[in-house]
Design a protein. Structure first.
Length: 273
């Protein structure tokens, strides 16, 4: 087999991250695989330093007609999340089965708003990173004059700050602000991403986070900013969506991070349990 022929297998490295572990009694294999995938993402987010102590969430819709979701147990760090301790909740954020772990139902206002409004939003991420919150506090919002910012030209929605997101009445407004976009800056608050699957959602958030970090660094330096033309910004956005480098780029990037995490796991730190 030639190297060129071997490329497709190499580019499906994300699938290789899924361990062949039997599900617990009473759980179907699809939900168990999704739990492992989500727990792995929590570990990646912790590894990247995107955590805000025990706060924030990543939620995933469980396959099936019930419209249930998986969410992290409130009180655990992201590096303590495992496949088995993820909590299955209904569309209002209430556990659907007995669990020793509490759920931050108030935090589900943001996630529930997106999951309800967007049939394609199987995964929702919300972060309070330092760079993301800093950009969220700027009146002009995200700059599109960087490598990463240009990729997101015209793709970021904004939602005004209404206070701590604990009021169900805000859910409809959150969904309206997001519209059909997959990225949103919650002004004076943080970042949000959604997507049809874990790698796609993660990679969108990764691009937005990198754009925010670059913007913060650039604006901290003295001197005028190098601005990009609207034509260059738009071409950069189009090239990103054409995926000329790798048609499975989101999966490839997340697979690389998962391998880094998995290489250091021990019996007591393995999230795949």
């Amino acid at each position: 087999m030639t190297e060129r022929q071997a490329e497709p297998a190499a580019r499906d490295a994300y699938a290789a991250c899924a361990p062949d572990l039997p599900p617990p009694a009473g759980m179907d294999s699809a939900e168990w695989a999704l739990r492992i995938e989500l727990a792995g993402l929590y570990r990646v987010v912790h590894h990247l330093g995107w955590c805000d102590q025990i706060f924030n969430h990543i939620t995933v819709r469980v396959p099936g007609p019930e419209r249930h979701f998986l969410i992290n147990p409130f009180g655990l760090r992201y590096d303590e999340v495992t496949a088995s301790n993820l909590v299955r909740v209904d569309r209002d954020g209430h556990p659907v089965a007995p669990t020793p772990w509490p759920v931050n139902a108030a935090g589900f206002v943001v996630h529930g708003a997106v999951h309800r409004a967007r049939e394609d939003a199987h995964v929702v991420m919300h972060t309070h990173t330092r760079a993301g919150m800093a950009v969220a506090c700027k009146a002009e919002g995200l700059s599109h004059d960087s490598f990463y910012g240009a990729m997101l030209t015209g793709e970021v929605a904004y939602h005004p700050f209404e206070g701590i997101t604990v009021h169900p009445g805000e859910m409809e407004r959150l969904a309206a602000s997001l519209g059909l976009r997959s990225l949103m800056i919650l002004r004076n608050h943080g970042l949000l991403a959604c997507g049809p699957d874990v790698p796609t959602c993660f990679f969108a958030m990764w691009l937005l986070q990198r754009a925010c970090e670059t913007q913060c660094d650039a604006q901290a330096l003295a001197g005028p900013h190098a601005l990009l033309s609207p034509a260059v910004r738009e071409r950069t956005r189009e090239d990103r969506h054409r995926s000329v480098v790798d048609p499975q780029l989101a999966r490839t990037v997340l697979a690389a991070l998962r391998r880094e995490i998995d290489a250091g796991l021990t019996q007591t730190t393995d999230y795949r349990r």
